[in-house]
Design a protein around this ligand. Structure first.
Ligand SMILES: *Cc1c(COP(=O)(O)O)cnc(C)c1O
Length: 243
């Protein structure tokens, strides 16, 4: 018991330090970009980490948590629903199969990975059946044609956004992308923000730009990101997951 409690206290101390470091770095990047930190939401990506870590972060004041697999997310959401404040928001950020839409709709405030018509329809249907408040839908854009990552082609974004806007139970919130790996992320973030601006001509409420991870959130803030998805910088390195 002593070991467990000690480990918990150590982890709490570690997360406290990392969280304040990241909040400071976000504030610095906002100051450099002359942006209001209030306009930037940090989502703590807890994937692969235990629910205890998510609970600690919530206790430290984090209100937005991200997960990329329904299997893991639903358990954590259920565990924290009992203890965490009702204002806790779960962001689903991974590739999503249509047959998981119903499950995700039970706990997710937002889905950042809406990238095809069939998923729009499945999420809308799930929300309607559950009778819950609308899900915030981000159109995931594939900025570098990299295979396997998901995301709509930039040319398909307008039509997909139209379908989301017309769907019952979905609120078109904005766009999301993962920067191409191994190159300067800034041009990709700039393309995403340009896309966001053209989307806002038809959908003025769709102002959110979900971009920036542990390694590139400062560049994302400079480009105009409103939602950062931060995992390893906050929680430490992830164990390799198979599958
Ligand atoms: C894992 C993940 C993140 C967080 O990545 P880090 O580099 O650990 O911050 C952000 N976005 C998506 C889509 C992810 O899958």
């Amino acid at each position: 018991m002593t070991t467990g409690a000690g480990a918990g206290a150590d982890r709490r101390a570690e997360l406290t330090v990392r969280l304040s470091e990241i909040r400071a770095a976000i504030a610095d990047a906002c100051a450099a970009a002359q942006r209001d930190p209030f306009d930037v939401t940090m989502i703590a990506v807890t994937k692969t980490f235990p629910v205890d870590d998510a609970a600690l972060l919530v206790d430290l004041g984090v209100g937005d948590l991200g997960e990329n697999r329904d299997q893991d997310a639903k358990g954590k959401a259920a565990a924290l629903a009992a203890t965490a404040p009702g204002s806790l928001r779960w962001h689903f950020i991974g590739q999503l199969q249509t047959n998981k839409a119903r499950s995700v709709a039970r706990y997710a405030t937002a889905v950042h990975s809406v990238d095809r018509n069939s998923l729009v329809d499945a999420l809308a249907d799930a929300v309607t059946r559950l009778g819950r408040e609308p899900i915030q839908a981000f159109v995931q854009v594939n900025l570098d044609e990299a295979a396997g990552r998901g995301g709509a082609r930039p040319d398909d974004v307008a039509a997909l956004a139209e379908r989301i806007a017309a769907a019952p139970g979905l609120e078109l919130t904005g766009v999301m992308a993962v920067a191409p790996f191994g190159v300067d992320p800034r041009p990709a973030f700039d393309r995403l923000v340009t896309l966001s601006h053209s989307l806002q001509r038809d959908h003025p409420g769709a102002t959110a730009v979900s971009a920036g991870m542990s390694g590139d959130f400062a560049q994302a803030i400079a480009a105009g990101a409103t939602h950062l998805r931060i995992g390893s910088a906050l929680l430490g390195p992830r164990a390799q997951v198979v599958g």
